[in-house]
Design a binder for this molecule. Structure first.
Ligand code: DQA
Length: 146
């Protein structure tokens, strides 16, 4: 049995759908999860989809993924721009890891111009709204498929 693909979500993403929809879109996190589960199922993979507002919990989830995941996709939200702890946890992985964002941080405020996460993952997909999750998922599925 192939290990699941972990999809981790950082702070405030539990509010998707109502949180600044002009930036993040109308889809809820539950909508995004359902679309990811469907895409992964078609390709023969399971998804472990989680969200936390707490930095240390995200570190724990990344550590868990070391043994339990086949690949990891993460939208670290605001921790993207601040978290050395998440960077360090991602550096311990020897599975494919992809950073995703709904918005395009490069087009936004100056404090979003640094990603501590981008330096610790294989690649980054941003700016495609909820479709960033699908594109990230497709990237890891392509890597995992024999
Ligand atoms: C985000 C971008 C981050 O800068 C922001 O703090 C978020 C969401 C995105 O998906 O566009 O919370 O990660």
């Amino acid at each position: 049995m192939t290990k699941p693909i972990y999809i981790l979500n950082g702070p405030n993403l539990n509010l998707l759908g109502t949180r600044e929809p002009e930036i993040y879109g109308a889809d809820t996190l539950a909508d995004i999860k359902a679309a990811c589960v469907a895409t992964a199922k078609t390709a023969g993979f399971a998804i472990e989809f989680r969200q936390s507002n707490i930095e240390g919990e995200l570190v724990d989830m990344i550590q868990e993924a070391r043994a339990k995941a086949s690949a990891l996709i993460i939208n670290p939200a605001a921790y993207t721009h601040t978290s050395v702890a998440i960077h360090d946890a991602l550096k311990t992985l020897d599975i494919p890891a992809v950073e995703i964002h709904l918005s395009q941080p490069a087009k936004r405020e100056s404090f979003r111009q640094t990603s501590y996460v981008g330096q610790a993952v294989m690649g980054t997909i941003s700016g495609f709204g909820a479709n960033s999750y699908q594109l990230g998922l497709q990237a890891v599925i392509n890597l995992l498929k024999p």
